[in-house]
Design a protein around this ligand. Structure first.
Ligand code: ADP
Length: 411
């Protein structure tokens, strides 16, 4: 390869794939249709496993299990203190399985094994630990009324059955960010992981059962967005949906929620974050931070610093440093501890990023480094930097979700 550095073979161990079925009412089951889909290893484009392909019928079964667990099961009726003990046990099990979970996210989504091991899985465990601590501290308020002899009070109660729709870039952290607070509050839930990265969610489901979370509280339906995901968004018996993903799909979720039962909606959507580097910055440090900001997790991050504005007095020095460091940014197997960037999550994303790079070239941006795919196996892309990017260019306006940085000079 010409830009970026390519490294050698894999070093960490590939995980064994133990769970491939839907998790409904505490059991791993086939999809009602019997259908499966392949989850792909982005290092080589080959299938890792056949995963149960859940659809509307399976979502109905999962919602029914969650509804029964909410209306009649112990979970919402326990004290927060009791729920906390079980969530803490779940967290202990996650901490005991950090390497296996990190390996699942690495083989499924191309995330660096080291990143999973040192960041994502500990952060997921951290979320569960935090919300275990919050479970017995959910308080209402006492309110003064106009008449002094009267008072009002608020009491916080679980919403009910929650639908969680999860993206593929942070499968573990997103699972935890959604599941942990809902568990702490006493909700029951149906989780749909992204079709690109279903493996770790199924492993978390298994651990939740081991920890003693009652059947029906956490259900996981693997499958596609337009089928299983859409069935969650429009379900009449789901009280709230929490979604993280693209802005376009976020719009669809809100519409489906409004058109069905007006369920509550939380959306966390795309971004195009600017990073500003001023004349008085330390050039070396600023370049390091800009690269990490943009290329972290191969640029598949909604807060990637994909637009970097550099003040004119320091511009040339920063550009030289950025290009030098980008050429040294090692791209390779996510299981190799010397890699700083693994493959993009799937072929669709890979092609989308390459097409943005072509747009950048065509629209007149100056390609400083990178700009093409690496090798012909897997979905690896060179860390890419464009200069002279202007406001009307597609690469300036749209979220690329890949290792592509746009540089602009300001006065
Ligand atoms: P991206 O475009 O980055 O792949 P998406 O927004 O398509 O992200 O995907 C995020 C999550 O939303 C995934 O779990 C996906 O299956 C799901 N999803 C996609 N389309 C829909 C839809 N129409 N309704 C509900 N969920 C969807």
């Amino acid at each position: 390869m010409e830009n970026g550095k390519c490294n050698g073979g894999a070093t960490a161990k590939l995980p064994e794939i133990k769970f491939t079925k839907l998790f409904i009412n505490g059991q791993f089951v086939d999809a009602a249709s019997g259908k499966t889909f392949e989850t792909i290893d982005p290092r080589n484009g080959e299938a890792i496993a056949q995963i149960a392909e859940g659809d509307k019928e399976d979502v109905d079964l999962a919602v029914n299990a969650a509804r029964q667990a909410f209306d009649h099961g112990p979970w919402p009726r326990m004290s927060g203190f009791e729920r906390a003990k079980i969530i803490n046990k779940f967290t202990d099990l996650i901490e005991q399985n950090i390497e296996e979970l990190a390996a699942l996210d690495a083989v499924d989504g191309g995330k660096l094994f080291q990143l999973g091991k040192l960041n994502d899985i500990p952060a997921a465990a951290g979320h569960f630990r935090y919300y275990a601590g919050a479970a017995d501290k959910i308080h209402g308020e006492t309110l003064r009324m106009t008449r002094r002899s009267m008072f009002g009070y608020t009491l916080k109660e679980p919403i009910g059955v929650v639908g969680h729709i999860i993206p593929w870039n942070f499968p573990s952290i997103m699972f935890a960010m959604k599941v942990a607070p809902a568990l702490a509050a006493g909700c029951t839930m149906v989780v749909k992981p992204a079709e690109q990265t279903p493996l770790s969610a199924l492993f978390y489901a298994h651990l939740s059962k081991e920890a003693g979370i009652p059947d029906g509280v956490i259900n996981v339906v693997t499958g596609f967005g337009s089928t299983a995901g859409a069935a969650i968004a429009s379900h009449m018996d789901i009280d709230k949906v929490s979604f993280t993903g693209s802005t376009d799909v976020g719009r669809k979720i809100m519409q489906a929620a409004a058109a069905s039962n007006l369920k509550k909606v939380s959306l966390e959507l795309g971004g195009k974050s600017p990073l500003l580097i001023f004349d008085d910055a330390d050039v070396n440090k600023a370049a390091d931070l800009a690269l990490i900001g943009c290329f972290y997790n191969k640029g598949e991050i909604c807060v990637a610093s994909s637009r970097v504005f550099v003040q004119e007095g320091i511009y040339d020095k920063v550009v030289t440093k950025l290009v030098e460091k980008a050429k040294d940014w090692t791209v390779g197997d996510p299981f190799d501890s010397t890699s700083r960037q693994g493959p993009q999550v799937d072929r669709k994303q890979y092609e989308k990023i390459l097409s943005y790079i072509e747009h950048g070239k065509k629209e007149g941006a100056t390609l400083l480094t990178g700009g093409k795919a690496i090798g012909d196996k897997g979905y690896y892309i060179e860390p890419t930097i464009f200069a002279d990017v202007t406001d009307e260019m597609k690469i300036y306006k749209e979220e690329i979700f890949g290792p592509v940085m746009s540089l602009m000079k300001f006065k």
